[in-house]
Design a protein around this ligand. Structure first.
Ligand SMILES: O=C(CO)[C@H](O)[C@H](O)COP(=O)(O)O
Ligand SMILES: [Fe+2]
Length: 217
């Protein structure tokens, strides 16, 4: 089953509650946390996520693009995160960080930048609920999909299937219905993040449904 995770990065923050209501049929809500260090942009923190947890029943999928995530994992768990993704590039002791997430009773995921090989997560794969493969360099919404990541999605799907593991493959960045969404699904992804494609459209429900369609337009 394909799951959709609208990224609120592309929403109108002056009316965030109404914006979130327009995407309530999506399985997840994707929350991009940026610190101005790991990535050049600064976005939201636990305070905003805590407010969001009061207005939706969706799974809160928190994508941490921050340095030293261990320091903040308990805060994000308390704020209502259901899934926490940390970047392998920001975690010198990745196995320990994954355990820290799980200790909070939260699903654990590791994100990889387009240039980071799957070797970076091989030693923690059996511990993970999800792997997030970035198809743009993290930091901004609305960037172009990097199609060179497609073989990495295929390779990860193969690794997961070969070991009989139950791990979601999430893809984030430049995912659009009828084009890149079809490519990532074909490669093996089953959780699709989309920001500008969803919040840039008038009919968000149509885009959410369209992201799950396996034919090109
Ligand atoms: O993590 C992210 C950026 O670092 C966002 O989730 C991503 O960019 C989604 O936006 P879009 O669908 O517009 O590319
Ligand atoms: Fe993201």
């Amino acid at each position: 089953m394909i799951k959709v995770a609208p990224s609120i990065l592309a929403a109108d923050f002056s009316k965030l509650k109404q914006e979130i209501e327009t995407v309530k049929e999506a399985e997840y809500l994707h929350l991009d946390v940026m610190d101005g260090h790991f990535v050049p942009n600064i976005t939201i923190g636990p305070l905003v996520i805590d407010s969001i947890q009061n207005i939706t029943n969706q799974m809160l999928d928190v994508h941490l693009m921050i340095e030293n995530p261990d320091q903040y994992i308990p805060d994000f768990a308390e704020a209502g995160a259901d899934i926490i993704s940390v970047h392998a590039e920001a975690c010198p002791h990745l196995h320990r960080t994954v355990q820290n997430i799980k200790k909070q009773g939260v699903k654990a995921a590791v994100a990889l930048n387009p240039a980071t090989p799957l070797a970076a997560i091989k030693h923690v794969l059996t511990e993970l609920d999800m792997v997030l493969l970035m198809t743009v360099n993290p930091g901004f919404g609305g960037q172009s999909f990097i199609s060179e990541v497609l073989p990495k999605i295929r390779q990860l799907k193969e690794m997961i299937d070969n070991h009989n593991l139950d791990i979601d493959i999430q893809v984030d960045g430049g995912v659009k219905p009828g084009t890149t969404a079809v490519d990532v699904i074909e490669a093996g992804a089953n959780v699709l993040v989309a920001g500008s494609a969803i919040f840039g459209a008038d009919d968000r429900s149509q885009v959410i449904a369209g992201l799950k369609v396996k034919n090109k337009v």
